[in-house]
Design a protein. Structure first.
Ligand SMILES: Cc1cc2nc3c(=O)[nH]c(=O)nc-3n(C[C@H](O)[C@H](O)[C@H](O)COP(=O)(O)OP(=O)(O)OC[C@H]3O[C@@H](n4cnc5c(N)ncnc54)[C@H](O)[C@@H]3O)c2cc1C
Length: 378
């Protein structure tokens, strides 16, 4: 049986950012993922938007970590040559009622500290994006996009250079705690079983994070840790690409938990529309033409040159949400679980959007928790 100080379960962008942040503490760190490489789930199936912290409730972890993450992300991208674009974002309004709604969104964004947000009129919109139709809009200069694969690759390579031990192709199957150490049983693809013990467990298992907490006997319904699957689908645009906006174009948010079907330029010349979110009972990444008319109808309001033939089904991702269908958005849960009888267990539950943007700040936040724990457990 091998021993380690810290075990991170899940090498998505959240687990990797934590590995990066704690890699300089001089501790033995192991990160385990069931896939053969990093970021094979939500972290590689998203819009890659660097959010500005517009919508999140005041004083929420989402709002705070998004804002900090936005700043840290641009710094990391510049310092380590991770491809990104600080392309800005327009949230567009196309009638009187929508224009009135912009004020409330702007107020929240300013209270959240989103940098430089302001309302722009039709003339300014034309100057920023001549092919976009809108009567008025909020311009967010600090929004952008990042190559999420390159970001994760950077986190992985940096952490490896600091001796973080990466264990791919191994799934955590059992967990127990003997009041001193955690015992972790993992299985490889051939069902061979291995065990390790760890002082600290960091649960960043995304869609399975509720299940990991449950393996230790935590009542995930009582604590609202049960993960619900919120599937987001995209269509790719494959014609008239020269007319597409360079900035991100968002409609007003149509429903709770969604930011609406927006444009996402993908850094390498492609263009996607999406995501459209709906609740799902299974992990299924298929996308077909069912929502073609819905996508076209949503996007043609602000991209009048769009033809329905321009759209082709693309990809899907699934968010780990702790809110259920019809409930308001819930905050990230990032907590050390001593009060549940599990000192040294750090759960990260409900790490949906904006966790990609927030990832560098989440890493720093968890590092603080780890440093406090080390002092306490010594
Ligand atoms: C459609 C969509 C669009 C989004 N758009 C944006 C955006 O534009 N901007 C933004 O900031 N955020 C966005 N997000 C959110 C962002 O992508 C996620 O919040 C983020 O990727 C979550 O990272 P994670 O590491 O927590 O989860 P994941 O990437 O899902 O990683 C979890 C890892 O845990 C591993 N794992 C699970 N169980 C086990 C086990 N038992 N043993 C070993 N390993 C295990 C999995 O293999 C996986 O690699 C979007 C998400 C979706 C779905």
């Amino acid at each position: 049986m091998s021993r380690t100080d810290i075990t991170i379960i899940g090498a998505g962008v959240v687990g990797l950012a934590i590995a990066y942040s704690i890699s300089d503490l001089g501790l033995d760190v192991t990160i385990i993922d069931k896939h053969d490489s990093f970021g094979r789930e939500a972290s590689s199936r998203n819009s890659e938007v660097i959010h500005a912290s517009i919508y999140y409730p005041q004083n929420s972890l989402k709002g705070r970590l998004c804002l900090e993450g936005n700043k840290l992300m641009y710094r990391l991208c510049k310092d380590y040559c991770i491809p990104y674009s600080n392309c800005g974002k327009l949230i567009v309004a196309n009638n009187k009622d929508e224009c009135n709604q912009l004020n409330g969104i702007l107020e929240n964004a300013i209270d959240n500290g989103a940098h430089g947000v302001r309302i722009v009129n039709k003339i300014e919109i034309f100057e920023i994006e001549p092919n976009v139709h809108a009567d008025s809009a909020i311009f967010c200069p600090s929004s952008g996009i990042v190559d999420s694969h390159k970001l994760m690759e950077f986190f992985e390579q940096y952490s490896k250079s600091k001796n973080v031990n990466f264990v791919y192709n191994h799934e955590v199957k059992e967990l127990s705690f003997d009041n001193k150490d955690y015992r972790i049983i993992v299985k490889d693809k051939e069902s061979n079983e291995f065990q390790l013990t760890s002082k600290i467990i960091i649960n960043s298992a995304g869609l399975m994070s509720g299940r990991i907490a449950e393996l230790l006997g935590i009542d995930i319904d009582k604590h609202n840790y049960r993960i619900n699957y919120h599937k987001g689908i995209y269509f790719r645009v494959n014609r008239n690409l020269d007319k597409y906006p360079k900035a991100l174009i968002y409609p007003l948010p149509p429903e709770s938990g969604s930011v609406g079907i927006h444009t996402t330029p993908d850094l390498y010349g492609g263009m996607r529309l999406g995501p459209h979110f709906f609740w799902s009972d299974e992990i299924d990444y298929s996308v077909d033409n069912t929502f073609l008319k819905y996508f076209f109808g949503s996007a043609v309001r602000y991209l009048p040159f769009l033809d329905i033939e321009d759209l082709k089904p693309d990809m899907a991702g699934i968010m780990s949400s702790i809110q259920k269908e019809g409930e308001m958005m819930k905050d990230f849960v990032i907590r050390e679980e001593s009060d549940k009888g599990f000192p040294g267990l750090i759960n990260l539950i409900g790490m949906e959007s904006p966790a990609l943007t927030a990832s560098p700040a989440i890493g720093e936040y968890v590092k603080e928790i780890v440093m406090n724990l080390i002092r306490r457990l010594r």
